[in-house]
Design a protein around this ligand. Structure first.
Ligand code: NI
Length: 176
C-alpha cells in the first residue's frame, strides 16, 4: 500500500470525535491498516491514529522496536486497536516528553496515567484486552486521544514545557 500524508495540528479532522468501525474483514479496512502501518514506519513513529491520515474512524496502531532513539523505553509489539475503551487502573500520574507526527519537530511534557487497561478489537474483529503501564500506557492514551479530537498540547500543564525538539534539552522522546 502507500505512505499517506499526515494532517497537521489545526486541521479540522484532528479535532473531531471519530466514528466507530462497524465492519471488519473488508478490503477497505485492511487497506487502511496497511496504509497506516506503512505511514508509521516511513515516519519512524511509535503510533498513528486513522484521523491523522484523514480517516475519521476509531482505529489506532502503535508499536516500537528496540530503538537507539528510545534507549529507556520497553519495546511494544505492533498492535492494531479498533474501537478502543480505556480504564484507568491506578490514579498515579507521570509526566514525560511526547511528540506527534501531526506536530513535526515539536515536543511537550505531558502528564498521563501510568497504569491502564485497554479493550478493543483487532484487525479481524476479535475483542481483546491488555493491561499496560508507563510508556506503553502513554502511547495508547496519546493515540486514543486522537480519536476524541485531542492533541497532546491540550494536555500540557505548563506551556513552557512545549517547544521545538532541537531547542529543548530532552533525551526521552517519541512521536505518535
Ligand atoms: Ni499523535
Amino acid at each position: 500500500m502507500s505512505v499517506k500524508q499526515v494532517l497537521k495540528m489545526g486541521h479540522p479532522l484532528l479535532k473531531c470525535v471519530a466514528e466507530a468501525v462497524t465492519e471488519f474483514n473488508t478490503l477497505e479496512l485492511d487497506n487502511l491498516i496497511l496504509d497506516m502501518l506503512d505511514t508509521m514506519e516511513a515516519l519512524d513513529g511509535a503510533g498513528l491514529a486513522a484521523p491523522q491520515i484523514a480517516i475519521s474512524k476509531k482505529l489506532v496502531i502503535f508499536g516500537i522496536n528496540q530503538n537507539p532513539r528510545y534507549p529507556n523505553i520497553e519495546p511494544i509489539a505492533t498492535t492494531v486497536l479498533i474501537n478502543p475503551e480505556i480504564t484507568i487502573i491506578d490514579e498515579k500520574i507521570a509526566s514525560a516528553w511526547e511528540g506527534c507526527l501531526s506536530l513535526p519537530g515539536m515536543r511537550g511534557l505531558v502528564p498521563r496515567s501510568t497504569s491502564i487497561k485497554y479493550t478493543g478489537f483487532d484487525q479481524n474483529g476479535n475483542k481483546f484486552e491488555t493491561f499496560a503501564t508507563d510508556f506503553h500506557a502513554r502511547v495508547v492514551l496519546h493515540e486514543v486521544d486522537h480519536l476524541d479530537g485531542i492533541l497532546y498540547p491540550e494536555r500540557i500543564m505548563d506551556l513552557k514545557n512545549f517547544g521545538y525538539e532541537d531547542q529543548l534539552l530532552i533525551d526521552n522522546e517519541y512521536s505518535a
